[in-house]
Design a protein around this ligand. Structure first.
Ligand code: MN3
Length: 238
């Protein structure tokens, strides 16, 4: 949303904590009538498109990041701008449409930002399981790492259509729980923070794995960045 009274704020308000770890922008465009409008941006990947080979191929990574994730960023900016317009005009006739668009694209932007950081090339620690606190927390919540891995893998393989398997930290009791998400946002719970996720939309694996989603999910464990997942866990707890 463009206005003559545009001001950029260097540090975000609600998104400040998340911005530090996910690369989400915190720049905000403030309109006195419509309120603050965050300008979401596509975060850079912490590695090159080819660096997750052979587990995820370079072409898939490039399309997934530069086209698919970019579309969610653009969609979220558009939806929030339309809602700001509605606030200034008082015309809320499309409120249901734009609210849904915010949930879909906002979910996509947040989960992809998490997804990129939850992976690393093996040369940069991907797949390495050091004795991070997250490992003890996983054993406490799931009985063993193997049981956690089996449940998470099963959840990912069984997502109906397009979606995600997600490990969440639940603030109520400090438990770790595994949820599925359909699309980017359906089947969510509340008061939980996703700290590890795998995208099982076909665009995430089809060029290399075709219909063999299970092969992709099993290969993905080789590039999980446990150092980053532990950092998300520590942040969610604090
Ligand atoms: Mn995706």
């Amino acid at each position: 949303m463009k206005t003559n009274r545009r001001t950029f704020i260097g540090s975000g308000i609600a998104l400040a904590g998340m911005a530090a770890t996910t690369g989400l922008t915190s720049a905000q465009d403030i309109d006195a009538k419509a309120g603050a409008l965050t300008k979401h941006v596509l975060p850079n990947l912490p590695y090159g498109y080819s660096e997750l080979e052979p587990f995820i191929d370079a072409m898939t990574m490039e399309l997934h990041h530069s086209k698919h994730h970019k579309a969610y960023v653009d969609g979220l900016n558009k939806a929030e701008a339309e809602l700001a317009k509605a606030r200034t005009s008082g015309d809320f006739s499309l409120i249901q449409h734009w609210s849904k668009q915010c949930a879909f694209h906002g979910g996509g932007h947040a989960l992809h930002s998490l997804f990129w950081q939850c992976m690393a090339p093996q040369s940069k620690g991907g797949g390495t399981m050091d004795a991070y606190p997250i490992m003890n927390a996983i054993i406490t919540s799931f009985g063993s790492f193997e049981q956690f891995k089996k449940q998470f893998t099963a959840a990912a393989i069984a997502v109906e259509g397009s979606g995600w398997a997600l490990l969440h930290y639940r603030k109520d009791d400090g438990a770790l729980i595994i949820l599925q998400a359909e699309n980017q946002h359906k089947l969510s719970s509340w008061n939980t923070v996703p700290i590890l996720g795998i995208d099982v939309w076909e665009h995430a694996y089809y060029l290399k794995y075709q219909n063999k989603r299970a092969d992709y999910v099993n290969a993905w464990w080789n590039i999980v960045n446990w150092k980053a997942v532990n950092a998300f866990y520590e942040q969610a707890k604090s």
